[in-house]
Design a protein around this ligand. Structure first.
Ligand code: REX
Length: 418
């Protein structure tokens, strides 16, 4: 818990809480790697954070077009937080770390945790075919639960087609309610991208299948399992799954989607069902709750050690990146690795990462999306939080943007954004 707050760092427009286009996907070979590497060891004791740098990153994200940007860093009992810009462009209310927001694919960690708990309870085998639990769902009996959770199933990502045109694609589904099966059927209407267990190929379909597995194995909606297994035990009181409700409950940041046409007005995307993502991306949370969640996960308080190790069997997923089971690893420019997920749903770019031992965690938000320059800037929060102060030269070696960490037409990536 919070024992000390660095008040010197609480400044700027925002206020803090109570204490407390996708780029083309390269083909990667997908051999499983050992769970622990040299980089993991370095991550256990990261350099002191650069909080001034963190503020600068948030300001850079604003300059790139985000209405607001914020971050919260929890470091062995110290809390640093920072926020710039607005939560609501109409009212002009300042963004605050107390604001709830849509976390997009950070949801995938929650879904994976539920399934790993079910594996702990011997109700699920990671190497069993998905079709053992959901007979006839997938067209290939060789696709296993592990393949799905590591994006190696080859199931086409239906959201690529859905959002090929960003604003019309979004408006077409904003109020829609999909069944899981409808989303899987959309995927199955397209050829698969790899053979079962082949290369990493990111697809939201995988985590829709994960949601179906949770419902089938427990007999409950994912909302119930998230709540009983994670939200309530960890006292994540600002974390919700409201699908198919369209509102973010309570105090929240509004989310602004950047149209593909340069210069077009931002679209307020706050209200939507997020039914297109559900167990792949529909959770709502805060920076505080995300830090609590990742610290608990990496600290071994949500699964057995054995399942946490399964979660961290990595496959290459991009430059300086690996994917485990619903978990990303990013290898930063200073040699430290961090563990968590990025998120992108319309209007919200989110970031939730922690050190190997979970004792340092960083959650950040920009209330913009479909803006690659904002995203590239926000990745700098990880460098500041886990690499500390660096020379300009070492920063220029920072990790580049990956697929599904999105670049928008008309918004070229800004190499200086860090
Ligand atoms: C959906 C389109 C992108 C967003 C997507 N998001 O697949 C998942 C996610 C849920 O959070 N992925 C993250 C839209 C990044 C991850 O897995 O790390 N883009 C937008 C477009 C582009 O419509 N045409 O930026 O809001």
């Amino acid at each position: 818990m919070v024992s000390k707050v660095s008040t010197a760092l609480v400044r700027g427009t925002a206020v803090a809480v109570a204490l407390g286009s996708l780029l083309a996907v390269p083909a990667y070979a997908a051999p499983l790697e050992p769970a622990t590497t040299k980089a993991d060891a370095a991550a256990a004791a990261p350099p002191a954070p650069d909080v001034t740098g963190l503020w600068n990153v948030l300001r850079a994200a604003r300059r790139q077009g985000a209405p607001g940007a914020m971050a919260r860093l929890d470091d062995r009992g110290s809390v640093h937080w920072a926020a710039v810009g607005v939560a609501d462009r109409k009212s002009g209310r300042a963004l605050s770390n107390a604001d709830r927001f849509r976390i997009g694919s950070v949801t995938k960690i929650f879904s994976a945790v539920v399934l790993l708990q079910l594996a702990d309870e011997k109700k699920l085998a990671l190497d069993a075919p998905v079709n053992r639990y959901l007979p006839g769902l997938l067209p290939d009996d060789r696709i296993t639960v592990r393949h799905v959770l590591s994006h190696r199933s080859g199931l086409h990502d239906y959201s690529n087609d859905m959002f090929a045109r960003t604003v019309p694609g979004f408006e077409a589904v904003r109020k829609k309610v999909f069944t899981y099966r409808q989303l899987v059927n959309r995927s199955l209407s397209k050829p698969r991208t790899t053979k079962p267990g082949g290369a990493y190929s990111y697809s939201n379909t995988n985590f829709v299948v994960a949601g179906m597995l949770i419902e089938k194995l427990t007999g409950h909606a994912v909302r119930t399992e998230y709540r009983n297994r994670i939200f309530e035990p960890l006292k994540l009181s600002d974390t919700f799954y409201v699908h198919p409700g369209t509102k973010v409950p309570g105090r929240h940041a509004r989310g602004y989607l950047t149209p593909d046409t340069a210069g077009a007005a931002l679209v307020d995307a706050t209200e939507q069902t997020v039914s297109w993502a559900q167990s792949a991306g529909a959770v709502i949370s805060t920076t505080r709750d995300l830090n609590l969640f990742l610290s608990a996960l990496l600290g071994g308080r949500l699964t057995s050690r054995a399942q946490l190790a399964q979660m961290q069997r990595w496959v290459p997923s991009g430059t300086n990146q690996r994917y485990g089971l619903g978990l990303r690893r990013r290898d930063l420019s200073c040699g430290v690795s961090v563990y968590g997920h990025t998120g992108a749903v319309q209007g919200y770019y989110s970031y939730a990462f922690a050190s190997k031992d979970g004792k340092r965690s960083l959650a950040a938000l920009a209330n913009a999306s479909n803006n690659g320059s904002v995203h590239a800037a926000m990745l700098g929060t990880l460098e500041s939080a886990f690499c500390g102060k660096q020379t300009k030269k070492s920063r220029s070696a920072a990790t580049p943007v990956e697929r599904h960490e999105v670049s928008a037409p008309g918004n070229p990536l800004d190499p200086d954004a860090h």
